[in-house]
Design a protein around this ligand. Structure first.
Ligand code: G3P
Length: 216
């Protein structure tokens, strides 16, 4: 499974990239707004911090403007993936940009049928929002499982990018459900390494080493 980090915070991205923990980055207009920076500048900087895809989202809602914004974003760097909303205009723009060789990440997906349309529109990635479905008492992981079955039934190459991930369990269940990528907030990604028994075991090893005066 590939890990993307879900943030526009370049310090967080830099430190996680240096740790070799990320395969790409996803942003959205809310994360860009939170960074307080100019979108083109921050996307360009992020694209230098990873060789993987960096998802940058259009802010238009009509077909023509989404395509022109997508082309502008694509020009920022070769590893930009253009993020488009799962609307009819978004799907039409996805087909146009994908046919031109742009990697498209179709976002705001909440059902298997939506994901089927995105695959047929040539999307490189589909982003089902697990956490926001769970917030609605809809089992977000079930949607991932359904998409996996449908995509495998028809050998669609669109990658399932599990998004709106809230905790470590979402990451594990996404991997078990066969998601290709999980985009994870920095704190959740770091937290995946945590386990109390690892800490307890390490402390015991170090105490024994200390007592025995082990030096390497
Ligand atoms: O970037 C898309 C998605 O991961 C946002 O998730 O629900 O935490 O805002 P959320």
């Amino acid at each position: 499974m590939k890990f993307f980090v879900d943030t526009a915070d370049t310090d967080e991205i830099k430190s996680l990239a240096e740790a070799g923990l990320i395969d790409g980055v996803t942003t959205n207009p809310s994360l860009i707004a939170k960074s307080g920076r100019n979108m083109s500048d921050v996307i360009a900087e992020i694209c230098d911090l990873t060789t993987g895809h960096v998802s940058a989202e259009v802010v238009a809602t009509d077909f023509e403007t989404m395509v022109s914004e997508g082309r502008k974003l694509q020009k920022i760097a070769s590893n930009v993936a253009v993020k488009l909303p799962l609307t009819m205009d978004g799907l039409k723009a996805c087909r146009t940009l994908s046919d031109a060789g742009t990697a498209v990440n179709v976002t705001l997906c909440f059902s298997a049928n939506q994901a089927l349309l995105a695959a047929k529109a040539g999307a490189a990635y589909i982003s089902p929002f697990i956490g926001r479905l769970d917030d609605m008492n809809i089992d977000g992981m079930e949607v991932i499982e359904e998409i996996r079955i449908i995509y495998d039934n028809y050998a669609f190459e669109t990658e399932i990018l599990a998004a709106s991930i809230r905790n470590a369990n979402h990451v594990k269940l996404s991997a078990l459900a066969g998601a290709d990528v999980a985009t994870v907030p920095p704190n959740v990604l770091r937290g995946l390494a945590n386990h109390p028994l690892t800490d307890k075991g390490l402390a015991a090893f170090l105490a024994d080493a200390e007592k025995a005066g082990i030096k390497i």
